[in-house]
Design a protein around this ligand. Structure first.
Ligand SMILES: [Zn+2]
Length: 244
């Protein structure tokens, strides 16, 4: 590998640097069975959306489509409804509750995700600020008025759990990183909003390679993330090419 870059590289510089590495093929040779999720869904979500299960399935299909190029796939292992009560609009309290709740029923390597159905006014007043929280192997997200928002926010928070990091938004208005630091409310007035999301949003090349390296990782609520030796070696190449 060439000398590490001294400043934050552009996506193109990163892609050129990583292309010179040799570890990717060894990591690629390992199969990936997918990453399991236990899903807690606010009972208000079921009441609010007439086709709640279709909407959830659409969200997950959209998330997996955003991850497709990384080789990572998410599968729901268990789904249950819950009443967040006074924690509905309080992501920190909800995350504390989720981390506590998962300990009784969710194996260490399974990701725990809770979706709470916020009042629409709350969603708008929070726009541009913290709209999801992720820690350890757990994350909480609010449901947004439109399913395409749910898709991007969930993809972003899952990204935090599985090896992606924040990257600055690109200059080009038509290109949006999934791991940009903040996401505002956005509308994509389109008959096919999910296709629009898939056309607009993507992972920065650095994150796409990290996710590739993490696609058969094991996650632990308390002991962090573990990669196979082959994929850990590739992750080190990624880190060498992306110095901040
Ligand atoms: Zn974030």
């Amino acid at each position: 590998m060439d000398a590490p870059l001294s400043s934050v590289p552009s996506p193109e510089e990163f892609s050129t640097c990583i292309a010179t590495g040799v570890q990717r093929e060894r990591c690629a040779a390992l199969a990936s069975a997918g990453i399991e999720i236990d899903l807690w869904v606010d009972h208000e979500y079921q009441r609010r959306y007439a086709k709640a299960s279709t909407r959830l399935a659409t969200t997950l299909r959209c998330v997996n489509a955003l991850y497709q190029s990384t080789g990572m796939i998410f599968r729901v292992r268990k789904q249950r409804s819950f009443d967040p009560a006074e924690r509905r609009h309080d992501l920190r309290a909800l995350l504390r509750w989720l981390r506590h709740s998962r300990s009784r029923s969710t194996p260490d390597h399974v990701l725990a995700i809770a979706i709470s159905a916020w009042d629409q006014r709350m969603v708008y007043s929070k726009a541009g600020r913290e709209v999801g929280l992720a820690q350890g192997a757990s994350a909480v997200v609010p449901a947004w008025p439109r399913v395409e928002n749910d898709c991007v926010i969930l993809a972003h928070e899952l990204g935090h759990l599985v090896g992606a990091i924040h990257v600055r938004a690109a200059n080009r208005a038509d290109l949006r990183w999934i791991m940009a630091p903040s996401s505002g409310v956005f509308y994509l007035p389109d008959k096919r909003p999910i296709e629009r999301v898939l056309g607009l949003f993507r992972f920065h090349p650095r994150n796409a390679e990290c996710l590739f390296a993490h696609r058969n990782a094991t996650f632990s609520a308390n002991r962090g993330t573990r990669l196979s030796a082959e994929c850990a070696a590739y992750q080190r190449e990624v880190d060498t090419c992306w110095k901040e």
